[in-house]
Design a protein around this ligand. Sequence first.
Ligand code: NAP
Length: 317
Amino acid sequence: MQALYFEQFGGVEQLKYGELPQPQPHDDQVLIRIKACGLNFADIYRLRGNYHIAPHTPYINGYEGAGVIAAVGTAVTEYQVGQRVFFADVPLAQAEYVVTQPEKLIPLPDTISFKLAASIALQGLTADFLAHDLGCDQPGTTVFVHGLTGGVGQILAQMLTADGINVVGVTGSETKRQLALKQGAQQVFLRTDDWIKQVQVGTPIMTVYDGVGATLADSLAIVQPRGKVVFFGMAAGDPAPLDPVKMLNSSKSLLTGDLWDYLDSGQARLKRSQRLFSYFQAGKIQLTAAQQFSLADGRAAYQALLNEHTGKIILTL
Ligand SMILES: NC(=O)c1ccc[n+]([C@@H]2O[C@H](COP(=O)([O-])OP(=O)(O)OC[C@H]3O[C@@H](n4cnc5c(N)ncnc54)[C@H](OP(=O)(O)O)[C@@H]3O)[C@@H](O)[C@H]2O)c1
């Protein structure tokens, strides 16, 4: 099969596209023919060698994708050849074929295309657990989202708005600001604005969603006493060390989470993805079109993720 892979940690120059042996499903596994897969910051972290990575030589990146069942092991009863599926936590997915256990798969409704599923699987399920397991804000409250027009940011901000929560945030350009306002955010600052001071004198912020990382101290500065910062990523680099005593003195809390710990059973994957899809099926979340690259053009896709971009990047086969 064709795959995008690397043999040494490093930059995008380490990525190769070529022929590797096709995986064969065991009795309790399913083989999936991939139609589209998503690209995420975690793929960059793994390529650089500074993120958890299971031993595999050569290593094939990618954890989310959508496709069709190509073969099932003799002990598998819940899936049949030809069925449409998607997944968010199956390793070695940036390839023509991948094998996995059936509980890792989620049936794909006809109303959701392979490309949309590959665009929203990981970032959408992340937005879902951030909003519904960590944020848990009541309708009518005001929250702050960093990186409003990023992949997670676009879904999270629209999900919160659909849940009746007022979204304020910050983004990188006027075009992105207009996009975030069109998607329902109430107030959007530019990073070049004096936004910290303006947020501090505005409506009290109950929760800050921070996937940018380097901004963590700013997040703690803008959240109100008894509020919380939901820290979920480092798109702009690691945060500076925090002082828990200072946080205690102002009754501010920090919550963190990793999607894998919320996708802990087949039932959890199904329930969470149904909730995510319901926002799309009701037209409550609309995303900018994903930037598409063929798998063969994988290096360019990784470079695009590292460059200034808006929304999701997917690889198609
Ligand atoms: N915890 C989890 O389970 C989990 C799961 C998935 C992703 N994540 C994390 O979530 C974060 C977002 O991921 P994503 O896939 O949505 O990436 P993305 O589409 O590239 O979005 C990242 C956004 O962060 C903002 N940003 C980037 N560099 C910045 C800088 N120097 N200063 C301030 N803001 C900056 C940008 O927002 P604007 O474009 O609006 O300016 C950018 O769009 C990443 O840190 C990722 O690792 C965590």
